[in-house]
Structures are given as C-alpha cells and as structure tokens.
Write a new protein. Sequence first.
Length: 199
Amino acid sequence: MEKIMMKAILATTLLAGSILGQVGSAQAATAAKPAAPIMRDNLSKFGLVKDLELPVTVTAGGLNYTLEKIMIFDAKSKDAQVLSKTYGYNLGNAQYFIWTKITVENKSGSMVQQNVKDLKDKWRLNFGDLSKGEAYTSMPDKMTDIKNSKQSLWDWSLKPGEKLSTYQAYLYTGNFNYFVIWLDNKSNSTTKYIVNEKN
C-alpha cells in the first residue's frame, strides 16, 4: 500500500513539475515578445508627419500643458458617436471630433482656472486652415457640474502645485495643414509645433 501511495505522490510531483515547466516556458516566450508600442495619435491618417513625438509639454506663466495623446475621428464615426453619447457632446455640423488625453500642472504661485470666474482659454489647438479657424473645445453636457473631471474636462481650477490628468474634446471643420499648440497664462504665451507643415 505504501508503494502505491509513493508512486501516486511521485506521479503527482512529476506532473506538477511538467506543468510548471510548461508555464515557465510560456512566460519566457511572452517575456521575449516585444510589447506593442502605445498608439498616441493618428495624425498620419490626415497627412501630418510629426516633427515632435508625443507626449509634448508646453509651458507658459507657470502652467504646464502636456498633450499625451490625440485621436481625430470623423464626427459621424462610431467612435465619435459613442463618446458624444457617453459625455453629452453636441457635435452639430462639425466635420471632425478630436479626442485628447492631457496633463496640466500649475507650477505658478497662484490659482489657474477656466470656469465662470475666468472664461479665457489657457490652451488652443490649431491645424492651419485659417479660413476655417482653429479647433474649439466641446462642452460635455453630462459633465459640466463636475469640477476637475478626470473623464471629460470642462470646469477646472488648479491651486499651486496641483496636477490633473484628464481627457478633452474638440470639434473642427477644415483642412489639416500643420498642428500647433498655443498656451497662454498670466500674460505669457508659448507655441509649440507638433507638425510644422503638411508634407
């Protein structure tokens, strides 16, 4: 009886070792496989060849604005419609819906905000079709009462030292000739070109 039990224990031990060996081999194979690169933009779809890779940080008056990701969708596309329904965006007659992931940080010595107390835009995106104007922020109707939303930004304020990572939507109708970020805070302005000109 003891011999039978010993054989059973030995068989179980060998089987467990075999399985562990297979798992180890699979893990090694997975570790050897390179990770897929993070998709940070689809600018090339619109003929825009980047001069700077994202993320890109622009600073003015102690305010840091970092564009982490940007995706441009046809306003009638499934992606645009889902985001519109989720957050309450009114796409109107816009040609494009632009979805950005951003991080803003207040390194100044005073409050920085955009709300009823300060309506002035702190950053803007321009794609170079001056006849049609720049992209403009779209209000997420379902999120307007949420200050410093991490899902869809509208009403926000940052005390000195505060940082916020969030998403923001824009609407745009026009051509894509270049891509520049304009930042303005406390009478200081900075521009940074992601794409200098369309190739």
